[in-house]
Write a protein of this length. Structure first.
Length: 301
């Protein structure tokens, strides 16, 4: 197709049809197409121009700010596209100063827009960079629906625990600390503890009664997030923001990045104690007993 024909196609064809066509193309072929200058220019600009067509109108009204997408091209320099979100509209504004820069491989960007990849998972795996107003970046991600459905393009609660474990296992400690210092931290912690009971072996925990607290550091403000895991009669319950001084069997103090490694089975608690990454106050045997009844997700090979 010529440049004019591509422009016509991307600007006038139904978004759902474009999405379905892109989904039929494997990564290698899509990469080859993206490397064609006229295809990339027509496709990426059309995607940015038509974002609002598959956004949730009410949520879009709440987004105010400028986002710059920094897209890496194979064997070439990055290209940037700056978009302004204002009063329910989305418009390219090349002269505006961004409130946040979202960096991604251009192939990942196309797959994100078509709902084939989860930005939250890419961010955990260091394949999506966020610099600046993190909450604006997260808000932009959650404002769009996957074309052809009511599903959010970004739904942190839809993350597969095995995918999360795989991302954690392959990501540097430096990046994980950055993630757990930023705006994505409360979402990660909320999701980990929401799913915590799913990874308790009920048979092993059947005769066990314990309460283990977590003090999770690594926040930019120097404060900690607090949770308590209760196990009784084979059932696990989670207490969020428990009061200070509450009686419990043991309390584990740990950095946010190390906690994520612990929760996904990448850090054994004994090793954590020996290296100083994990500190236990109270009954250490009870703290280790909690780990003994956990079956964390295993990363894919």
């Amino acid at each position: 197709m010529s440049a004019d024909e591509l422009n016509e196609y991307f600007c006038t064809t139904d978004v759902l049809e474009i999405t379905e066509v892109i989904r039929t193309v494997d990564d290698a072929d899509l990469r080859r197409l993206i490397d064609l200058e006229h295809f990339r220019e027509a496709g990426v600009v059309a995607i940015l121009d038509r974002f609002a067509e598959f956004a949730d109108a009410e949520r879009l009204e709440e987004i105010q700010g400028v986002v710059r997408f920094q897209l890496a091209r194979s064997r070439k320099d990055d290209e940037c596209h700056t978009v302004r979100f204002q009063d329910g509209t989305v418009a390219i504004d090349s002269e505006a100063q961004p409130d946040v820069v979202i960096a991604a491989d251009i192939l990942d960007f196309v797959r994100l827009v078509t709902g084939e990849r989860n930005p939250a998972l890419l961010y955990l795996g260091a394949r999506l960079g966020i610099e600046g107003h993190e909450m604006l970046a997260l808000a932009v991600g959650t404002v769009f629906t996957v074309p052809g459905s009511d599903q959010k393009a970004v739904d942190p609660t839809a993350l597969d625990p095995v995918d999360v474990a795989t991302a954690v296992a392959t990501t540097s400690a430096k990046h994980m600390r950055s993630v757990m210092e930023g705006g994505f931290r409360p979402i990660v912690l909320e999701e980990v503890f929401r799913r915590f009971p799913d990874f308790i072996d009920a048979d092993k925990a059947g005769d066990m009664t314990l309460s283990v607290g977590f003090r999770i550091g690594g926040r930019r403000d120097g404060e900690v997030d607090r949770y308590v895991v209760h196990i009784a009669d084979g059932a696990c319950t989670i207490e969020t923001s428990p009061p200070e001084g509450q009686r419990r069997d043991a309390t584990i103090t740990i950095d946010g990045a190390d906690f994520l490694r612990l929760a996904t089975g990448q850090l054994h608690p004994v090793r954590g104690v020996l290296t100083g990454a994990l500190k236990v106050k109270g009954d250490r045997a009870k703290a280790l007993a909690l780990n003994a009844v956990m079956v964390p997700p295993k990363p894919r090979d």
